[in-house]
Ligand binder design. Structure first.
Ligand code: AMP
Length: 431
């Protein structure tokens, strides 16, 4: 099969790496990809993965490429092309593509849509109100004593969420989002949720419109600094599994969330084929959904795909074709840890073009894979080209082993100003 992967981050490198292991993959392109993706080769025939000079949001060019090269399967990584309707476009032209369609992408592109859906179909979530009026929004914050989370409705690069501890902060948050338009038009409407306390984890489920297959649990580390301090980032590291839900609790949680989700989709005429990725708070009164994402998490993908034993091509085809009921997901019993190495200054401004050394040494370590995110090739060297640069991933018989292996690999890699957290997986108390 000829496969095209869309995107350029660590998630896409992990997808490419796993797809390249499939005997079904005979040719693989990535648009636009990165320097690590360009080094991958297909297991079946040794052919190199090719990166294309095509943007992930350039829908007409991506379509033209897929038609010209007769691509058999397109795999979409990031949320933006999904929200722009790339799946609908490709399907209209008779091309097989994996990812959610535009209607289904609303679960991520509109927090108001998701909140209304969760309330209508009884999915456990935070108590919330939805507003397009500033005074009404502030009154609702007051009813929560200002202990609330104010969220811009639309896509805001993962930044449109303000956590407030009192009414003054809450009013400022409402003003910033709705009046000051800090996050642009995404803030025309807001969802205001009660502040929930608990341990936060990520869930993923692969869906085919009718069937959903739950993944093991994982946990992201959103803040830039150790101890969950500092600014919010795209994610500084992950691990899987987490010790916070037993198998039985995970099965219960899947039932409480996925059953009403699929029932609601059927009633609303939403054909959900792709990944459903709920952010979950494990509260004293049970797990509650904070938000839905409609694609693989980054860096959750890196830990999941290093544990997945199935052929990913077969799984994604089953998800796109609606035949997932016949398949079971198989996971290795190993644990996996991904430590993100970021550019100095990230998530603020940071330099680009720093030379990265030690990648070969790190990749030569056992059970280790360095996934590239913001990297580029320049004059025969690999240089930094983004905020999150690498997702250094390792697996082992338990979290403690995986964590030690991941940090051993991190120690082998160098670039000027490299910043990473030293406590990835520490919440699982493995140190
Ligand atoms: P979201 O993009 O909606 O997942 O929100 C981003 C982050 O804000 C989450 O990962 C949580 O850490 C935090 N958050 C969101 N909603 C809530 C809530 N209702 N209570 C506490 N924290 C929240």
């Amino acid at each position: 099969m000829k496969i095209l992967v869309i995107g350029s981050g660590g998630r896409e490198h992990a997808l490419v790496w796993k797809l390249a292991q499939s005997p079904h993959a005979t040719h693989l392109w990535c648009a636009p990809g990165n320097a690590g993706i360009a080094q991958e080769r297909l297991a079946q025939n040794g052919v190199a993965v090719e990166c294309l000079n095509l943007g992930a949001e350039d829908l007409p060019q991506l379509l033209a490429f897929a038609q010209d090269r007769k691509v058999d399967l397109t795999v979409v990584g990031p949320d933006n092309p999904l929200a722009l309707g790339i799946v609908d476009l490709f399907q209209r032209h008779g091309l097989k593509i994996w990812g959610v369609n535009q209607k289904a992408a609303q679960f991520e592109s509109s927090k108001v849509f998701s909140q209304k859906f969760m309330e209508k179909y009884g999915i456990p979530t935070a108590a919330a109100g939805m507003f397009d009026d500033v005074s009404a929004a502030k009154r609702f914050c007051a009813s929560l004593d200002g202990k609330c989370v104010v969220k811009a409705d639309g896509l805001a690069l993962g930044k449109g969420v303000l956590i407030c501890t009192n009414q003054t902060e809450a009013e400022r948050a409402v003003d910033d989002i709705m009046v000051g338009k800090t996050f642009g038009p995404a803030g025309a409407r807001v969802v205001i949720q009660e502040f929930l306390e608990g341990m936060e984890i990520s869930l993923h489920a692969l869906c085919d419109g009718v069937t959903a297959r739950i993944f093991p649990t994982s946990q992201d580390h959103k803040r830039a600094l150790d101890g969950d301090l500092g600014l919010n980032t795209g994610g500084m590291g992950t691990y899987s599994p987490t010790p916070f839900l037993t198998e039985a609790q995970l099965a219960d949680t899947a039932r409480e969330i996925l059953d009403p989700f699929l029932r609601g989709c059927a009633e609303e005429g939403i054909d959900y084929r792709g990944i459903l990725y709920p952010g979950l708070m494990l509260t004293k009164s049970g797990p509650k959904v904070l938000e839905f994402n409609a694609r693989f998490g980054d860096p959750e993908t890196q830990v999941y795909l290093t544990r997945l034993e199935n052929d990913l091509v077969e799984l994604l085809v089953a998800s796109a074709e609606g035949t997932l009921a016949a398949m079971e997901l198989r996971w290795s019993s190993s644990a996996s840890v991904c430590v993100v190495m970021a550019s100095g200054g990230y998530p603020g401004s940071y330099p680009k073009g720093q030379v990265i050394t030690g990648l070969e040494a790190a990749n030569a370590l056992p059970r280790t894979k360095v996934f590239h995110a913001g990297t580029a090739a320049k004059a025969g060297q690999i240089v930094t080209n983004g905020g999150r640069v690498l997702g250094v991933t390792a697996w082992g018989r338990d979290l403690k082993n995986a964590q030690a292996a991941a940090y051993a690999a991190v120690a082998a890699v160098h670039f000027e100003g490299a910043h990473f957290r030293r406590d990835i997986a520490a919440k699982a108390q493995v140190t």
